[in-house]
Design a protein around this ligand. Structure first.
Ligand SMILES: Nc1nc2c(ncn2[C@@H]2O[C@H](COP(=O)(O)OP(=O)(O)OP(=O)(O)O)[C@@H](O)[C@H]2O)c(=O)[nH]1
Ligand SMILES: [Mg+2]
Length: 498
């Protein structure tokens, strides 16, 4: 193993089967640069570079890998060399130098590697991405008929919402997740080359990673490793504005962090920062488990105080005697937009997941003088991280007060049926499934096939609307009013025409 300056860094002796390369920790560690080391080794049977050689080239981000044929008489045969190549349209990861005898090897390595590195940086820069977090999304799919692409699509949205530029998505089909690396090692090598070619510095897994997996992956790739839960926590951390929201998010982050603090390792710095090191990240890294626990206790007490105050507000509202309609639904379904349209209010909405973290209530006046309070909620998502669910449980518990639920669905999303199922599951977990519920298929403007939409509406007993178009709302309002007035007479189907 030779450094750029031509120093011999390691002499490795193996047997006829292979060599063991020592840890290269301490050498240039950046996922977007070469290690500054080249590996020159012998092949006893005169083979060219093997797949294993090329995998090592990638995984170790070597400057160059060379294999010298060792002939039976002990003399060297040809030298075979390969190096990584910048991003290219052929999807090529490496290139070979023409095999020559060692004495004929006329290459000025210093200028060669400088030029190659220049090409890499040039390609990486050509992306002109502002985001400091440039990620590759990874999913291992064990069920070949599963919804891998939909799940990745959602992860992409989550990543985007948290401010990450997504450079690539990679799916590997396997019988089971690799216990250490999630992916197979060969695939991981591909991912690393992609990352280096594109200048990505972050791997986001569409799985919940164990602390051990994060450590192995971080050590192995020298990239920041993040799982789906962390992305969601990160969005929440960016979005929480109210005191309660902030406490809830910090609580969830600390609870997520706690079991991972046991793993004391250098990878911690990459592990705990969250995506952009927001929330209780880097600065609190040194605090030990006990202090984390103390903090959790403190936050939980604060939260109790706030809940008490909220309970009092609630009592006031009940005195006002107005029926309460709660809007629930998957994140980005258009809940806040619908609330705005229905009540002429101006709650913040955005084409991002989890736009609303501090839900608002408004008054809704029906045409015939009935009035109701209508409340927005935090969006739901499938496989909600349990710590987050626990932290927001209090907010969600307000749903118990609701007299009527309005379940808003983005019917334009190809995955909408899974979204409905995910929302139903969370409502069941909260034990509020039995309330009179109006199913609202929002974003009908995004469904071109109107007969299909009509069929879907019948099947789910839903009203189709477009929250952006007030003309589509009267039917929804009528049905809401019917539900609100008919409180107590649950399960009755609405009369014809509603
Ligand atoms: N085309 C179309 N877009 C819509 C419609 N309703 C809402 N949107 C858009 O969908 C995006 C999400 O809307 P929000 O109201 O923020 O969604 P939400 O359900 O409150 O989302 P969270 O608070 O993040 O859970 C915004 O960009 C809206 O403009 C609709 O009927 N048609
Ligand atoms: Mg919202």
């Amino acid at each position: 193993m030779i450094s750029r300056r031509g120093e011999i860094i390691f002499v490795i002796v193996g047997d006829h089967q292979g060599i063991v390369i020592p840890s290269l920790e301490g050498f240039r560690s950046s996922s977007v640069r070469f290690k500054g080391l080249r590996l020159i080794h012998t092949h006893l049977h005169g083979e060219k570079l093997t797949d294993d050689d090329l995998t090592d080239l990638a995984l170790l981000r070597l400057d160059l890998i060379s294999a010298v044929e060792a002939k039976a008489d002990g003399l060297p045969g040809l030298v075979h060399s390969a190096h990584l190549v910048p991003e290219n349209t052929d999807g090529k990861y490496w290139d070979f130098l023409p095999p020559v005898r060692p004495s004929e090897l006329e290459i000025n390595f210093t200028s060669f590697i400088a030029a190659l590195e220049g090409e890499f940086t040039g390609k990486q820069k050509s992306r002109k991405v502002e985001a400091t977090e440039r990620g590759i999304l990874i999913r291992v799919e064990t069920n070949p008929t599963g919804d891998a692409h939909l799940s990745l699509e959602e992860l992409k949205e989550l990543a985007r919402s948290s401010g990450v530029a997504v450079f690539d998505t990679i799916t590997q089909y396997r019988n089971a997740l690799d216990p250490r690396y999630v992916l197979g090692k060969g695939k991981l090598a591909d991912v690393l080359i992609r990352a280096m070619q594109m200048g990505a510095n972050l791997l986001i897994f569409d799985h919940e990673l164990t602390p051990g997996q994060v450590r192995s992956l971080a050590d192995f790739t020298e990239m920041k490793i993040v799982d789906r839960t962390q992305v969601i926590l990160d969005i929440f951390a960016q979005r929480a504005h109210s005191r309660e929201g902030k406490i809830q998010v910090e609580l969830a982050q600390l609870k997520y962090l706690l079991p991972r603090l046991a793993v004391k390792h250098t990878a911690m710095s990459r592990l705990t920062g969250g995506i952009g090191a927001r929330g209780p990240g880097e600065t609190k890294l040194e605090i030990n488990r006990r202090r984390v626990r103390d903090r959790i206790k403190l936050l939980e007490e604060d939260l109790l105080e706030i809940e008490k105050a909220r309970g009092q507000r609630r009592v006031k509202r009940e005195k006002a005697g107005l029926p309460v309609i709660s809007i629930v639904g998957y994140t980005n379904a258009g809940k806040s937009t619908l609330l705005n349209s229905l009540t002429q209010s101006r709650v913040f909405t955005e084409d991002r997941l989890f736009a609303t973290l501090d839900p608002k209530s408004s008054r809704l006046r029906f045409p015939r003088d009935t009035e109701a309070v209508i409340t927005d909620t935090v969006g739901f998502i499938r496989d909600l991280p349990p710590d987050l669910f626990a932290a927001f449980r209090a907010t969600l518990d307000e749903l118990h007060e609701a007299h009527v639920l309005m379940h808003v669905v983005d019917v334009g999303n190809p995955d909408f049926e899974n979204h409905i199922a995910a929302v139903d599951k969370i409502l069941a977990d909260l034990e509020i499934k039995d309330k009179p519920t109006l199913m609202v298929f929002n974003k009908e403007d995004r469904v071109a096939d109107k007969p299909l939409l009509a069929t879907l509406c019948r099947r789910f007993n839903a009203v189709a609307v477009s929250a952006l178009d007030k003309n589509t709302l009267p039917r929804l309002i009528k049905r809401l009013e019917y539900l609100v007035k008919g409180l107590g007479k649950q399960g009755k189907t609405p009369p014809q025409g509603l």
